[in-house]
Design a protein. Structure first.
Length: 312
């Protein structure tokens, strides 16, 4: 669905430059990894612990003993200070598995003149940065069909190496597998795949009860269709070329069809209590990372029946 212009323009050059092959990925990965770590470090600096009661080693707070609780939960030393009984709570530290899927298919290589990055570069930077952020918080991160969940501090290097040695066809959507019920998934893609394929993918991934986020990464040009005159649109994944005599006449229909496609994705996500959001590559990657992390924490609290920022 991503348009590319002929003759030589930034759009078609982007397709040639970042076509998803290992060679072009190898050339760009060191820069993307460094950028991801810089963004993650900035976000981590502004974040604090989970601040939720649960199983762990770090003390969080004392709270009043509730009638019906086991007596061995009482902290007698603290309770001896006044007329009430208190329970000593620890901060929640249970390791969690998060599966990340950055779409590396050819359509993700598109980048117009107003974009900061190609869609591929943005998806990789955000996936790497989110992995760094999650592992720092004690989580495990994996890539479906490519990397088993890891809590290693060099998880970003593991992800990069897995992608560099991946010889499989670059699929737009993650492979079907059955994540654990408490696992989370983040799929970063342009989601220009047919809605039937997205529906099957989402149904399979959510069948075990797992939750997640569908993040549509699009170029500003895909959002506004700023084309006029005679244009050849090149579909980068083999669907061919379409020529428009007066491209500006296509804008209204294009925008309507994109809106309908997104509405269908959102409806499928809502059915399964997944989040669907849109991000354009002219915006900040750091803002997107913060949005994703905050949304995941809020969703996790909701699933567990816990109010964000309050003890369980």
């Amino acid at each position: 669905m991503a348009p590319a212009l002929k003759p030589a323009t930034q759009e078609i050059e982007a397709v040639r430059r970042a076509d998803g092959e290992s060679r072009s990925l190898a050339a760009s990965l060191p820069r993307l990894v460094l950028e991801a770590r810089r963004i993650a470090a900035n976000v981590i600096h502004g974040l604090h612990g989970r601040r939720r009661a649960g199983t762990g080693e770090n003390f969080w707070q004392y709270r009043r003993f509730v009638s019906g609780e086991a007596a061995q939960r009482v902290d007698w030393r603290r309770s001896a200070r006044d007329d009430h009984l208190y329970v000593r709570e620890q901060e929640w530290e249970a390791a969690h598995t998060v599966w990340l899927w950055p779409d590396r298919s050819p359509s993700m290589a598109f980048a117009s003149r107003t974009a900061r990055d190609s869609k591929l570069e943005r998806a990789l930077v955000v996936a790497f940065a989110l992995a760094e952020l999650l592992v720092t918080g004690g989580e495990r991160v994996g890539i479906p069909g490519l990397m088993t969940p890891s809590s290693s501090r060099n998880v970003v290097d593991k992800m990069a190496q897995a992608m560099l040695h991946d010889r499989a066809t670059r699929a737009s959507l993650p492979p079907q597998f059955v994540p654990s019920p408490l696992a989370e998934l983040v799929v970063l893609s342009d989601f220009w795949a047919p809605i039937d394929e997205i529906r099957v993918m989402l149904g399979g991934l959510s069948s075990s009860g797992a939750h997640g986020t569908l993040l549509q990464i699009v170029d500003p040009a895909e959002e506004t269709f700023p084309y006029s005159g005679r244009i050849e649109f090149v579909e980068p994944e083999g669907a061919g070329v379409i020529t428009a005599g007066r491209a500006e006449n296509w804008a209204k229909d294009y925008i309507a069809r994109v809106a309908a496609h997104r509405a269908a994705i959102r409806a499928e996500a809502n059915k399964r209590d997944w989040l669907f959001s849109i991000h354009t590559t002219d915006l900040s990657a750091a803002e997107l990372l913060l949005f994703l992390h905050t949304g995941m924490m809020a969703s996790r609290d909701s699933v567990r029946g816990v109010k964000a920022g309050q003890p369980a």
